[in-house]
Design a protein around this ligand. Structure first.
Ligand code: BLA
Length: 517
């Protein structure tokens, strides 16, 4: 299985996704030169949309297709750098045989400095006016406030997004620390199979795609089967390079992803990014089995849900963390007090309530000090502990070491996996340690398709092509030799305990030295 992150997509004779020079055919994309708004490049569907070919439009100004009065208004707003007030503008474009078509005109400036105008068919009868937007926000906020836990909260979000958009399936997808993701909440048509709780490998959404979500919060593919239209000319005539379409809404999707959607039975999709601390926390993924157009206003409403209301998820996550952190802080101060009151600091850690185990939610703990072991709860035997301490001495030279899969890096640990598949260790001095243990927890991870065959590399002609898996059927993986992971708050609490122990040990050593004088 090759590593998709290392794989330079250009090596596969496919350009980077943000530099694709094709657009989705439902709208028209024009690259313009400011200030006169001369068309530099146009998508080759202008003939169908306006009855003028792309070759005829380039080198003319926008006035050749749109009402000059509107174009002047655009010029003013652009000169004042005020895109917000013109996005979106309804424009009436005269078609060849004297009928008019209504489009939503949406402008942005590309990362490489060009003005891009995208014209999307305005679905006047379906577009959501401010009122629905308001209802959406009010209903969601009321319901969201009523939920007490994160799970219910996510559930309300997916239901609300589905209510206003009418997608067949809406999922809330969260990325894990290792990059793969899990469906946390889902709302869907009854007859569709459920993806709730399924995990998906990291390669399904490669890093370049994730990177684009950082600047472009929303992604629509209204018709996954529609044939992309090239820009004319493909390269920007000024830079002789493809224009950066990261912020474009019409940019055609990467072929591999379209195949992915097709294999999943998805006809159209809308994806909203969920950000936390400037990082992609997760996505709201909407699927429809048939093509579906989502007008600008509705996209903005969804983006609003993603941005503003998601902030609440972060707060709730932090609250849960905060309560646990407070609890650990209490345990920590109790331990420190006990250590300084008892004659021997070790007694302070193991003889009372709370004890060492409570500081890291561990099932076992062991302290090695002055060549002797003191244990608490379920631990490996003393002989096994000695070998483990030797191994730690050789491998660890930091203030803390932790793993939730000790047997994978220290094979002898397989023998005592039932007590110590997870290890958290703080070295106090060269041969002194405090260790916490957690038992193996056998977990079943449900994957949407076999993650070991998430994709394959196929030859087509002289080129290599990436192909997504065909089957997304439930694939159960049994994860062994792993404990529950150590939480950042637990790691922090044990590090602080380390500081306290080092101080107390130093002080007691000094007192002994004075006594000996
Ligand atoms: C994009 N892949 C995506 C996106 C999602 C997924 C949500 C972003 C949506 C979008 O850009 O439209 C994956 N969709 C999922 C998952 C679920 C879902 C996991 O509904 C779970 C239920 N994909 C592959 C392989 C490649 C690949 C092998 O499987 C190889 C390069 C690429 N995925 C890929 C690319 C994009 C993508 C390039 C960005 C598409 C684009 O914006 O052009």
């Amino acid at each position: 299985n090759l590593d998709i992150q290392d794989l330079n997509l250009t090596r596969l004779k496919q350009p980077s996704i943000h530099l694709l020079t094709q657009v989705q055919p439902h709208g028209v994309l024009l690259v313009l030169q400011e200030p006169d708004l001369t068309v530099l490049q146009a998508s080759q569907n202008t003939a169908t949309a306006f009855g003028i070919s792309a070759a005829q439009i380039i080198t003319q100004t926008l006035d050749s297709i749109l009402d000059s009065y509107q174009v002047d208004r655009f010029r003013e707003a652009l000169a004042a750098d005020n895109l917000e007030i013109i996005n979106p503008t309804k424009v009436w474009v005269r078609h060849k045989n004297d009928d008019y078509r209504v489009f939503d005109a949406i402008f942005h400036r590309s990362a490489d400095g060009f003005l891009v105008l995208e014209l999307e068919p305005a679905l006047t009868h379906e577009s959501i006016p401010f009122l629905s937007f308001y209802h959406l926000a009010r209903a969601s906020i009321n319901q969201l406030e009523a939920t007490s836990n994160l799970q219910d909260f996510c559930q309300v979000i997916v239901q609300e997004v589905r209510n206003v958009t009418g997608f067949d399936r809406v999922m809330l997808y969260k990325f894990d620390d290792d990059g793969h993701g899990e469906v946390l909440a889902e709302d869907k048509l009854d007859e569709m199979e459920s993806y709730l709780g399924l995990h998906y490998p990291e390669s399904d959404i490669p890093q370049p795609a994730r990177k684009m979500f950082l600047s472009n919060w929303i992604r629509v593919i209204p018709d996954a089967k529609a044939e992309a239209v090239p820009l004319y000319p493909a390269q920007n005539p000024i830079t002789q390079q493809p224009v950066d379409l990261t912020l474009s809404i019409l940019r055609s999707a990467y072929p591999c992803h379209l195949e992915y959607l097709h294999n999943m039975g998805v006809g159209s999709s809308l994806t909203i990014s969920l950000m936390k601390d400037q990082q992609l926390w997760g996505l709201i993924a909407c699927h429809h089995r048939t093509p579906k157009y989502i007008p600008y206003e509705l996209r903005k409403a969804c983006e609003f849900l993603g941005r503003v209301i998601f902030a609440e998820i972060s707060t709730r996550e932090e609250e849960a963390d905060h309560n646990y952190r407070l609890k650990l802080a209490n345990v920590q101060s109790a331990l420190i007090e006990q250590m300084s009151e008892d004659e021997n600091f070790i007694d302070g850690l193991v003889q009372h309530e709370p004890n060492l185990l409570d500081l890291a939610n561990a099932k076992g703990a062991a302290i090695c000090f002055g060549g002797r072991w003191t244990t608490l709860g379920q631990t490996p035997s003393e002989e096994e502990l000695n070998y483990l301490a030797q191994w730690l001495g050789k491998t660890v030279d930091s203030e803390i070491f932790y793993t939730d899969s000790l047997p994978l890096i220290y094979s002898d640990a397989e023998r005592f996996k039932d007590v110590a598949s997870g290890l958290l260790a703080i070295p106090i001095s060269k041969r002194s340690y405090v260790l916490w243990f957690r038992p193996e927890v056998i977990q079943t991870v449900n994957w949407g398709g076999d993650p070991h065959h998430a994709y394959e590399l196929k030859e087509s002609g002289n080129d290599l092509r990436l192909c997504p898996r065909k089957s997304f059927e439930l694939w159960k993986e049994t994860v062994r030799l792993k404990s529950l992971p150590w939480k950042p708050v637990e790691i922090k609490a044990t590090l602080e305990l380390r500081k306290a122990i080092v101080n107390i040990v130093l002080r007691q050593a000094e007192e002994l030295a004075i006594l000996a004088q």
